[in-house]
Design a protein around this ligand. Structure first.
Ligand code: ACO
Length: 331
């Protein structure tokens, strides 16, 4: 896919906060049940950041591990991209805050927002800089403190989300190794299906926006569900096609971890056995931009992905956005 030079993931890392919120904890907060949550979503528990932890703190923990596994020093980084919908603040970017924490003085830094597809978008953007020869080492982080924008009185959303961060370091690769294809999509006409109404220039913070709970996630779950099932399959097939491969060539799938029923639909479409799919949504819920990189890092650490494997990453999110990547694993 890259005509200039190949791009590979040379290290991964992840971090989830310590505090565990179980379904039983949620039963005490809203009108829900452990059984409803497990049957409709597959989620058993999720993590919540401590009061002193912001997104850049989670990024830092994941980034240090990714740099360590890549054998790359922070000073060697040319670029830091953070994919998040929960930045520490509107500006400066969380990537700049992370650059300072890491001491990555040489690195350019910016945030990217594609919701749950953010990590795949980040991978696509970061890769271009290496493929063209402009940069040698790029850090891509997907991180969220979704607990800060979840309405803990809304049972439709509060059971779904969790906090966490995942990171990878990108470097040059031989042709035919590393990232074989990247497919991205967006459809702004579905923006109203999943959004956070206030706090931006459209509806600046005001007493009224706070009283109306407009600083929390609003979601039309059913519509997002139908969209997700459709695009997870479509994006996977497009990325495979671009790589000149078919579904039989997949060794391992790392899907976005929103809902077990959405993952199962993707598995069915790709005709994959469950053993070839990484699932951790039972432990963490949906961590938006952090879901895929955390799952990828855990899969690598558990020895589920080996050198030479063909790995498919696929996700969807607010925007609406979607994307997939096919990687010939080298790390
Ligand atoms: N506990 C008990 N009942 C609940 C809960 C809950 N936590 N949440 C909703 N219900 C109720 C609803 O009120 C509804 O009741 P009603 O029929 O009396 O009105 C009933 O359960 C059924 O609701 P549905 O929305 O039809 O349930 P569904 O099977 O679609 O599951 C869910 C809901 C889990 C939200 C599902 O639609 C889903 O996973 N959608 C995708 C969401 C998603 O992935 N979002 C993240 C996108 S990525 C990003 O960018 C952040």
């Amino acid at each position: 896919m890259f005509t200039q030079r190949g791009v590979s993931i040379i290290g991964t890392g992840s971090y989830v906060p310590e505090q565990v919120i179980t379904n039983q904890d949620l039963e005490k907060m809203v009108d829900t049940s452990d059984q409803w949550i497990i049957t409709r979503t597959g989620i058993k528990e999720r993590r919540r950041a401590a009061a002193h932890e912001a997104t850049s703190d989670l990024c830092y923990q994941a980034a240090v591990k990714a740099l360590d596994s890549a054998g790359v020093a922070p000073e060697e980084l040319d670029l830091i991209i953070v994919a998040t919908v929960t930045p520490d603040m509107l500006f400066p970017s969380t990537a700049c805050l992370l650059q300072e924490k890491l001491g990555a003085q040489k690195a350019a830094a910016f945030d990217l927002e594609a919701a749950c597809t953010g990590f795949i978008y980040g991978l696509a953007v970061g890769s271009q800089f290496i493929a063209t020869g402009m940069y040698e080492k790029v850090l891509v982080v997907g991180a969220e403190v979704l607990s800060s924008i979840v309405d803990w009185e809304d049972r439709n959303t509060c059971v779904l989300f969790g906090d966490g961060a995942g990171a990878c370091v990108l470097g040059p690769a031989k042709p035919g190794e590393g990232i074989l294809s990247l497919y991205l999509g967006a459809d702004g006409s579905g923006g109203h299906l999943l959004y956070l109404p206030a706090g931006g220039s459209r509806k600046p913070v005001a007493r009224e926006t706070v009283e109306n709970k407009e600083h929390y996630i609003k979601m039309c779950g059913n519509e997002v569900f139908k969209f997700a099932v459709r695009v997870m399959g479509e994006a996977s097939m497009k990325a495979l096609e671009q790589a000149g491969l078919s579904k039989e060539d997949i060794d391992f799938l790392v899907p976005h971890q929103a809902n077990i029923r959405i993952v199962d639909a993707a598995i069915k479409r790709l005709e994959l056995p469950r053993e070839q799919v990484y699932i951790n949504l039972d432990k963490y819920g949906n961590m938006s931009g952090a879901s895929i990189p955390v799952a990828l890092d855990e899969a690598v650490n558990e020895g589920k992905i080996s050198s030479g494997d063909t790995v498919l990453l696929v996700g969807f999110g607010a925007g609406l956005t979607w994307g997939a990547a096919v990687i010939r694993w080298t790390a």
